[in-house]
Design a protein around this ligand. Structure first.
Ligand SMILES: [Ca+2]
Length: 425
């Protein structure tokens, strides 16, 4: 994620300008994931032409009912630097909008409740890529009232903190319990997504620590299994004995000893700013922000993210980034977009399962890019992406995030303020 406010920061200048570091064309070793994207021209969109992309769409000629066939973005409110939307299990009346500065607001019956659900602004460093970055409500929230936030603290470290609600529209600010704190030397690449997976466990996206080129440590953080950075982590966030959380027995490195971090679920990520699980089938889809050249979407079928290596920093997309380094078993992206084409920071979205939307979009992944601003859709599988195209919707400036509620409705946030819902036109 590259926020507008960060444009002047030296770290982001490094992010967008160090072109000389890339594009070497060094193909040594190739990309190890045969059967995935096979093109050698990494700097193009992975887009396979299907003979009949409409085969999965509605049949206008035979449709007995006139289902909606177009989409639109319907405004749901305007906020102060919104960057995430979700709802809480068991409560379909309210939406929660995360704002970068440290507030979570409630929308009820189409109106924004004046008093925030949570305001931890005084605890948060906000600006650039830092701030209050997401919230996740526990699967048993209706009973337990537990929820989790991810934010950059006043010491510029990343924290996952548990809170409890006081009422449906008010958190108990005094209930804070630190779950996980990650030291972080750079202000950029902070991950920030929290998501309860289909297994009820908490998944946490972390950035590679920042700077540029995953520069910290002898081989960076993302390939380093002793670091929590550049990963998707999986934990049971409940307090367990004297520990603030526990390691699920099924974690890929749960049986390792030594310095390997047993919290790691997936690795080889640069900045998985937004990722999601397909509510229809459990696939994991990750928007991993690129360095200077390639933005990527990664896709694995249900369970396929366990122990998966997504290739950074040896590879940026499928292009060699760090010559001579290996990324064992790396899984290639299913979609790539280049900075040459105006992309700068991919914004991962959701596989659409909202039955009120047209059939043409059902089961397809919607996503975007912070700079490009168009909302795109594609059909994803482990063998690649098809029908990747921009939807006929207005551009969203500073496209910071997507969100999804319990009914599968999809939302889009602009860091400039507006929040929209994707609706039938
Ligand atoms: Ca960082």
């Amino acid at each position: 994620m590259r926020f507008r406010l960060s444009l002047a920061s030296t770290t982001v200048v490094a992010f967008v300008s160090a072109v000389a570091a890339c594009g070497s064309g060094d193909d040594a070793g190739g990309y190890p994931s045969a059967g995935k994207q096979s093109t050698a021209t990494a700097a193009t969109t992975t887009q396979r032409t299907t003979a009949s992309p409409a085969a999965t769409g509605p049949s206008a000629a035979t449709g007995a009912t006139r289902a909606a066939t177009t989409l639109q973005l319907s405004p749901v409110g305007t906020f102060d630097s919104p960057l995430y939307v979700t709802d809480a299990p068991g409560d379909t009346r309210r939406l929660f909008v995360v704002q970068q500065g440290g507030k979570i607001s409630v929308i009820r019956a189409g109106r924004t409740v004046r008093r925030p659900f949570l305001d931890i602004s005084r605890l948060v460093t906000s600006g650039g890529e830092q701030g209050l970055l997401s919230v996740a409500f526990a699967p048993d929230y209706a009973r337990s009232g537990r929820f989790y936030v991810y934010y950059t603290d006043r010491d510029q470290q990343q924290r996952v903190v548990e809170y409890h609600r006081a009422s449906a529209e008010r958190a108990n600010a005094a209930s804070a319990r630190l779950v996980l704190k990650m030291s972080d030397r750079e202000p950029n690449h902070n991950g920030g997504q929290l998501e309860f997976g289909p297994d009820g466990l908490l998944y946490i996206g972390t950035g590679d620590g920042g700077g540029a080129d995953d520069q910290h440590g002898s081989r960076g953080n993302a390939q380093n299994l002793s670091s929590l950075l550049g990963k998707i982590l999986r934990i049971n966030p409940r307090k367990a004995g004297g520990n603030p959380y526990s390691i699920p027995a099924g974690n890929p490195f749960a049986g390792r000893s030594g310095s390997v971090r047993r919290e790691i679920y997936s690795y080889g990520l640069r900045n998985p700013w937004r990722f999601s699980f397909d509510r229809g089938g459990g696939a994991l889809v990750i928007g991993d922000v690129g360095q200077n050249t390639i933005e990527e979407i990664d896709y694995v079928a249900k369970g396929g993210g366990r122990g998966a290596n997504f290739g950074w920093r040896p590879f940026e997309g499928t292009q060699r980034h760090s010559p001579g380094e290996s990324a064992p078993g790396a899984i290639a992206p299913v979609i790539q977009h280049t900075h040459d084409d105006g992309y700068c920071s991919i914004t991962g979205g959701y596989i659409v399962r909202d039955s009120t939307l047209p059939a043409t979009i059902q089961g397809q992944y919607v996503y975007g890019d912070f700079c490009d601003g168009r909302i795109r859709a594609a059909r994803l599988s482990t063998s690649g992406a098809t029908d990747d195209r921009a939807l006929a919707l207005k551009k969203v400036s500073s496209l910071s995030s997507f969100g999804e509620d319990a009914r599968g409705r999809v939302y889009v946030t602009s860091l400039d303020g507006p929040v929209y819902r994707l609706t039938a036109g």
